[in-house]
Design a protein around this ligand. Structure first.
Ligand SMILES: [Zn+2]
Length: 338
């Protein structure tokens, strides 16, 4: 894996059909949609925690059970960075009998997915009947049930992630970086020097290079395929990226997240001046592959109303548009993972 890449940034749009990816508080007979408000209107969103869960489940499908623990009843995971791909990539707060309380910051930083179309334009309420087939009903010769209302909506969501690459397969350990010695003091006949120990932290590698590369590839592949959302028995939603930008950065920064914004006029039109500005900034911080900044773009047709204009901007910056899957594969290849 290339050693000069410090962060892999991704930001994307995904259009869904009618779905309810993440429920809010709801009620006894209501499965609502999680919402945020902007300028007096409601929009749906999917929490960052739910997004992380989808990625973890996509990785779990690809690895052995020993490499992907599940949380216990207290919500604590195994905390074994060397063995567990999920604890390494997604961090943990746990207590281990031999080591006590342990906290690992997640090398994967994931945004919530925010809906960009107001809910009043797209939401319907569907009825779902929960039927009970108990003996009492059977005697009366009918099936009874209660009606549950499920909010469903079509939307375009924006989401993103940033991987802090140096932390994958590594752990932060305290490191003594010096001492300041004070006055000599006589104590019980012998002379002692009081010293203040100066501490810092350093990253210590816990897994070998090929295993680190495998874990990074598992995460990038998960973005292509993640699909373990709730309520899928009745919804069959595809929530993977339809338009994606990927940057292999020499710095750690979340700046790329601002590259994708829809115009505030009710259309499904990307703000192309903004796209151009942010790409200019991010390109300066990217590693170079074949003489160009390592930025990749994938897009399927029919998502954005101004897709030709978007293509024009990307082309002017030397970025070819391929499919979202291929954009991720090109990034993997540039990282040396394929
Ligand atoms: Zn674990």
């Amino acid at each position: 894996m290339r050693e000069d890449v410090k962060a892999i940034s991704m930001v994307w749009l995904s259009k869904t059909d009618l779905t309810n990816l993440n429920s809010g508080e709801g009620g006894s007979n209501l499965v609502d949609i999680k919402k945020y408000r902007w300028k007096g209107r409601d929009y749906p969103y999917v929490s960052g925690q739910a997004m992380r869960f989808y990625l973890k489940e996509a990785i779990r499908r690809e690895v052995n059970p020993e490499e992907a623990c599940i949380a216990d009843e207290r919500g604590e995971t195994c905390g074994q960075i060397e063995k567990c791909v999920l604890c390494d990539l997604f961090g943990f707060m746990t207590t281990l009998p031999d080591k006590g309380a342990l906290v690992r910051l997640s090398p994967v930083k994931m945004s919530p997915a925010i809906g960009l179309i107001p809910l009043d334009e797209t939401m319907v309420t569907d009825f779902l009947t929960r039927r009970h087939r108990g003996a009492a009903q059977a005697q009366e010769g009918e099936l009874r049930g209660d009606i549950v209302n499920v909010e469903l909506a079509i939307n375009i969501y924006k989401a993103g992630l940033c991987l802090d690459l140096l932390r994958v397969g590594s752990d932060e350990r305290p490191k003594e970086i010096g001492r300041i010695e004070g006055a000599r003091k006589k104590r019980r006949g012998s002379e002692e020097v009081e010293a203040k120990i100066l501490q810092s932290v350093e990253l210590v590698r816990l897994v070998d290079e090929s295993e680190r590369a495998r874990r990074v590839k598992l995460l990038l592949d998960a973005v292509k395929d993640f699909s373990d959302y709730s309520k899928q028995a009745r919804l069959l939603t595809d929530f993977t990226p339809d338009f994606i930008l990927i940057a292999l950065q020499r710095n750690y920064s979340h700046r790329l997240q601002k590259a994708i914004e829809l115009r505030d006029d009710g259309s499904i039109t990307l703000h192309t001046e903004r796209l151009d500005q942010i790409l200019r900034e991010v390109e300066g911080e990217c590693v170079r592959v074949d003489g160009k900044a390592a930025v990749y773009a994938g897009m399927i047709r029919g998502l954005l109303e101004n897709e030709d204009e978007v293509e024009e901007i990307l082309k002017s910056r030397g970025i070819e548009i391929v499919s979202p899957r291929e954009a991720i594969e090109r990034a993997e290849k540039s990282l040396g993972l394929l």
